[in-house]
Design a binder for this molecule. Structure first.
Ligand code: C5P
Length: 254
């Protein structure tokens, strides 16, 4: 296991969000056929795709390999949360897919997050390209009432910060949080790492099941390095136009 003092290290140069195409991660919460259609349609625009549970549980590691072979960076968003031994093994398997970013739940605690980072460290020592491991704080679909319902009585921002402090101590490479908390977490990590913000909507956009939503430019101005966008692109009549609108909003903030 790694030590408490290990600093979060970001392993992949491709994670630097230079422009909108490096910052926008398109969430493929759909079938393989739809996912490949999205990948072909957005080729030349998007650089990042997100494979979540819907797609991965059906298609397995092959879908990551296929998207990588098309030239995409892949965020494998499996939100791992189990005992440390199991998460260590799951991360080894997830890293072997070639994914660039892998997510775990910070709620799993220090030992679990440390086990995930250890798996990445071991892969790197063995000469493999190891993914960045990032930790989910509080899901953007949850608000304070939803936290109260499960016995967490802290304000959302405080709970997010508590989880981020533990994640930093475990050596995690970045955090997933809403745009409303990202500035504080970026400061906490001394602006080093990946700060990935879902719950992104253009002004007047449909929020769906998301609670803590914000625009791309708001997220960027609060130090998000990446934004995750699913339904606003996948359910748009013109996916390219929807991607371009999100990109234009991101670029509005210099
Ligand atoms: O469709 P929409 O843009 O709301 O999709 C958001 C994506 O971000 C989903 O794939 C979801 O799994 C992911 N996500 C989230 N909240 C988090 C972490 C990830 O909505 N805290």
């Amino acid at each position: 296991m790694l030590t408490d003092t290990q600093e979060a290290q970001v392993t992949s140069g491709s994670c630097d969000a230079r422009d909108a195409r490096d910052a926008i991660i398109v969430a493929l919460d759909c079938s393989k056929e739809e996912a490949l259609h999205v990948a072909r349609t957005l080729k030349g625009r998007a650089r990042w795709l997100k494979v979540g549970m819907t797609l991965y549980y059906k298609e397995g590691p092959a879908i990551v390999a296929e998207l990588k072979s098309m030239g995409y960076n892949v965020f494998l968003d499996l939100k791992l949360h189990d005992i440390p031994h199991q998460v260590h093994g799951a991360c080894q398997s997830a890293i072997a897919t070639g994914a660039d970013i892998i997510s775990i739940h910070a709620l799993g605690g220090y030992e679990m997050m440390n086990a995930a980072i250890t798996a990445a460290h071991e892969a790197r020592e063995a000469g493999a390209a190891a993914a960045n491991i990032i930790a989910i704080s509080v899901l953007t679909s949850m608000n304070e009432q939803a936290l109260n319902d499960i016995g967490i009585h802290a304000p959302v921002a405080d709970e997010v910060e508590t989880l981020a402090r533990v994640a930093k101590k475990a050596g995690i490479n970045g955090m997933v949080c809403s745009a409303w908390e990202v500035e504080r977490l970026s400061e906490l990590f001394c602006h080093k790492g990946l700060f990935v913000v879902p719950g992104i909507r253009l002004a007047n956009g449909e929020t769906n099941d998301q609670q803590r939503v914000a625009t791309p430019s708001f997220a960027k101005s609060h130090h998000a390095t990446h934004i995750v966008v699913g339904r606003p692109i996948l359910q748009a009549p013109d996916m390219c136009a929807a991607f371009d609108a999100i990109a234009a909003d991101w670029e509005r903030c210099s």
